[in-house]
Every structure is written in structure tokens, then in C-alpha cells.
Ligand binder design. Structure first.
Ligand code: PGA
Length: 257
């Protein structure tokens, strides 16, 4: 199979890690990454809590990069508790995870807010990693594609990605996140192909072709090879398995083999 897009393995640390733990992680992880011979094009964004951006900025080197787990659409103003694109750019942030299901489910995040965040991220040269995915009930009712399509269309409304600031989509079935369950190869392939086709309709074939589509939901070293081998899977968004340096490194190494 010919690959047209670089691999992308993103770590979503969620609300985990303090300064000491992040320091310990990087002591091991940097050594492992430096010793690796990545012959393929790869990007490894790490999305820590905002409190660790300053520390991680001093520890990041290519092919690692910095990401955030959310982002406001404005660059400043009266928005207590929010963080802006220009603020995170000071730390060299390259990616922003947007519309994660935990934000959609527990914090009232809507697709139209995700679209505002994604549009602003792109304007600020930060690549949005827009998350979509169905709940268990929707999956069981055979509504996966309908839900994913609705989320995509509304979360990407008005955005203008370009080939420099790539758009990234993460398909994460909610029932697979942190549960140890993963979607079958059949589901992943068919939803990823569906997403690629939706992107073509929404944003044209050039953007659809350059957009990396990640799979997320209980990805670990044991299952990454089966997942990455599927058509239209360009990498993974990894939660739990990204918190341990060796596990995350093994996952990446097996993924790009
Ligand atoms: P998980 O989380 O790998 O722990 O399932 C993935 C995510 O929520 O992005």
C-alpha cells in the first residue's frame, strides 16, 4: 500500500501527570525516541494539561511536537478559565485536540463551538485534531455513520484548512474509549473510508487526501498493528497507553513497522 500522508501518533494525557511524573516520562521517552530509527515520516504530538506546556516546551524535539487538549476561538478577552490560541503558540504548540467526546459528553461541547475553535486554530497555524464518534446506543442502533456525518459537517463548518496547517480527524467510538474495547477492523475501515469521502464532499479532494484520519479508543501495543494496517488509518489518538513512556514508544514502533 502506498502511503501519502505522514504517520501521526498523538498522546492525549487528559487530566493526568504532574511536573515530576512528566519529567520522569521524558527522561525515558526522549532516550527511546533518540535511539529509534524512524525511516518513515512521522509526527508525535503530546497533549499534556496546560500546566505542563512550559516544561514540555523545553523537552520536545522532532519528531515530537506539542499539542493542547482544547482551545478557545478568541485570542484574548473576558473569558474566565479559557486559554487562547496566541497563548499556546508562545509554547510552540502545533496541534489542538478539539471536540473530544469527554468534552462533548460532560462539558456541553457542541459541534458549532468545535467549528469556531477549529477555524481559529487554523487561522493561528495550529492543526486541529477534530474528534468524532458515536455512543454505544447509537452504535447498537446502527447509527454510526449518521452521527459521524452530522458531527463532521457541523464541526468543520466554515473552516479553511490548507496544506500547511493540516486538518486531522480522530474517529473515536465513545464505547471504545478507556474501556479496553476496540472497534473491529471492519468498523474502523468502513468508518474511516466514509470520513474520507465526507471530507471530499465538504472540503474538496486535495484536503480530503492530505487529512490524516486517526483511530482512537483503547489503542495499545497489542492492537496497533492490526489497526494501522487498515486503509485510511494514518495513526492513532492514544489516551491510557500514552502515559507510560515504554508502552507509548512500543506502540509507535510497532505502528510504523
Ligand atoms: P484511551 O483514550 O486510549 O484511553 O481509550 C483515547 C482518547 O480518549 O483519546
Amino acid at each position: 500500500m502506498i502511503r501519502h500522508r505522514p504517520f501521526l501518533f498523538a498522546a492525549n494525557w487528559k487530566m493526568n501527570m504532574n511536573i515530576k511524573e512528566a519529567g520522569d516520562f521524558f527522561e525515558k521517552f526522549s532516550r527511546l525516541i533518540r535511539s529509534a530509527d524512524f525511516s518513515k515520516e512521522i509526527d508525535i504530538p503530546i497533549a499534556p494539561p496546560f500546566t505542563l506546556l512550559s516544561l514540555l516546551q523545553s523537552k520536545i524535539f522532532s519528531p515530537l511536537s506539542l499539542a493542547v487538549q482544547n482551545l478557545h476561538w478568541l485570542n484574548s478577552g473576558a473569558h474566565t478559565g479559557e486559554i487562547s490560541p496566541s497563548m499556546v503558540k508562545e509554547f510552540g504548540v502545533k496541534y489542538a485536540i478539539l471536540g473530544h467526546s469527554e468534552r462533548r459528553q460532560f462539558y456541553g461541547e457542541t459541534s458549532s463551538a468545535v467549528a469556531m475553535r477549529a477555524k481559529s486554530a487554523i487561522e493561528n497555524e495550529i492543526s486541529p485534531i477534530v474528534c468524532v464518534g458515536e455512543s454505544k446506543g447509537e452504535y447498537e442502533a446502527n447509527r454510526t455513520k449518521e452521527v459521524v456525518s452530522e458531527q463532521l459537517r457541523n464541526s468543520l463548518k466554515g473552516i479553511e484548512p490548507n496544506l500547511k496547517t493540516r486538518l486531522v480527524i480522530a474517529y473515536e467510538p465513545i464505547w471504545a474509549i478507556g474501556t479496553g474495547l476496540t472497534a473491529t477492523s471492519e468498523i474502523i475501515s468502513s468508518v474511516h473510508a466514509f470520513i474520507r469521502n465526507e471530507l471530499k464532499q465538504l472540503l474538496g479532494s486535495e484536503i480530503s487526501h492530505s487529512t490524516q484520519i486517526l483511530y482512537g479508543g483503547s489503542v495499545k501495543p497489542e492492537n496497533i498493528q492490526g489497526i494501522i494496517a487498515l486503509n485510511d488509518v494514518d495513526g492513532a489518538l492514544v489516551g491510557g497507553a500514552s502515559l507510560d513512556a515504554e508502552t507509548f514508544f512500543n506502540l509507535i514502533s510497532l505502528g510504523i513497522k
